[in-house]
Ligand binder design. Structure first.
Ligand code: GTP
Ligand code: MG
Length: 260
């Protein structure tokens, strides 16, 4: 990553995280803000006042690059990745950092991923890892740690490469490493990142993991563990045997509206 010819957007998918969204934005340090072109909160039709909190924050003027959008429909977490990638590409940005809106990751650690990409020009996709030796877990539920580790081990064995974390809430993607012809076909739910990482492996994309901090404090997880676990294993079997995954709803709408 050469800061001169890159343009990074931080995309924050947000669903029912009114108590946390202000903290996520507060933790974007001036140093991180200076390294990115824009910061997008993408509200996924929350039923609480996530959207209002984000708009209030923008009005405070603390982050000049902050813009707030609302999806036309709830696209789940995976669909919101598609929204972010498609709009970032259309606007000429080169990289997207996806940072979950529920404050489990630390927003200032966006800088760790950017540092890695700057230091390793051949590796522009850098994934946050909650399960590396130097990762820092605070209060994260033991069952989730176990489930994630088991899935990571099974995926690594099948993919023939060590996959430290299949889907943390802090990842840097270079758009030139992603192929819309593949990712637009992935299911829109919480297993999107698993399909995406397998796609990176299949296409021989270079990517790296960087240890991050991961917290569980007042977050309400929407992930239904057992369903995610089963779907993840099914997707892996499909990938290994070269069959298509479950696919996205063909009627999904990836348009959004900016909220001013
Ligand atoms: N579940 C869900 N999350 C969404 C949606 N749109 C955006 N998100 C955001 O995506 C993240 C999903 O997080 P969780 O449900 O906590 O799942 P997770 O973080 O992958 O899993 P845990 O770390 O185990 O909690 C949250 O930051 C949400 O704000 C959506 O439609 N459904
Ligand atoms: Mg979460």
């Amino acid at each position: 990553m050469n800061p001169v010819d890159t343009s990074v957007v931080i995309a924050i998918p947000a669903y029912n995280c009114a108590p946390q969204i202000g903290r996520v934005l507060d933790e974007v340090t001036d140093e991180v803000a200076a390294r990115v072109t824009e910061i997008w909160v993408i509200d996924n039709r929350s039923t609480d006042d996530t959207l209002e909190r984000a708009v209030e924050y923008r009005r405070s003027g603390r982050l000049p690059g902050l813009r707030v959008f609302c999806n036309r429909q709830n696209n789940s977490l995976g669909g919101t990745h598609k929204v972010a990638f498609e709009h970032a590409r259309a606007a000429g940005h080169t990289h997207v950092v996806v940072l979950h809106g529920d404050n489990q990751a630390r927003s200032d650690e966006v800088g760790l991923l950017l540092d890695h990409a700057e230091a390793h020009p051949a590796t522009q996709t850098v994934l946050g890892s909650r399960f590396s030796r130097r990762s820092r877990l605070h209060g994260y539920d033991a069952k989730r740690v176990w489930g994630n580790r088991v899935l990571g081990a099974v995926y690594s064995a099948v993919a023939l490469r060590r996959l430290e974390d299949l889907g943390s809430g802090l990842n840097l993607f270079a758009l030139h490493d992603l192929d819309p012809a593949t990712y637009l076909r992935f299911a829109n739910g919480l297993t999107f990142n698993y399909e995406l990482i397998l796609d990176l492996v299949r296409r021989g994309v270079r990517f790296a993991f960087v240890p991050i901090t991961w917290r569980e404090e007042d977050q309400v997880s929407n992930a239904r563990n057992w369903n995610v676990f089963r779907t993840a294993l099914r997707n892996l079997a499909l990938w290994r045997t070269g069959r298509p995954g479950p696919g996205a709803d063909p009627a999904a709408d990836y348009e959004w509206d900016e909220v001013r």
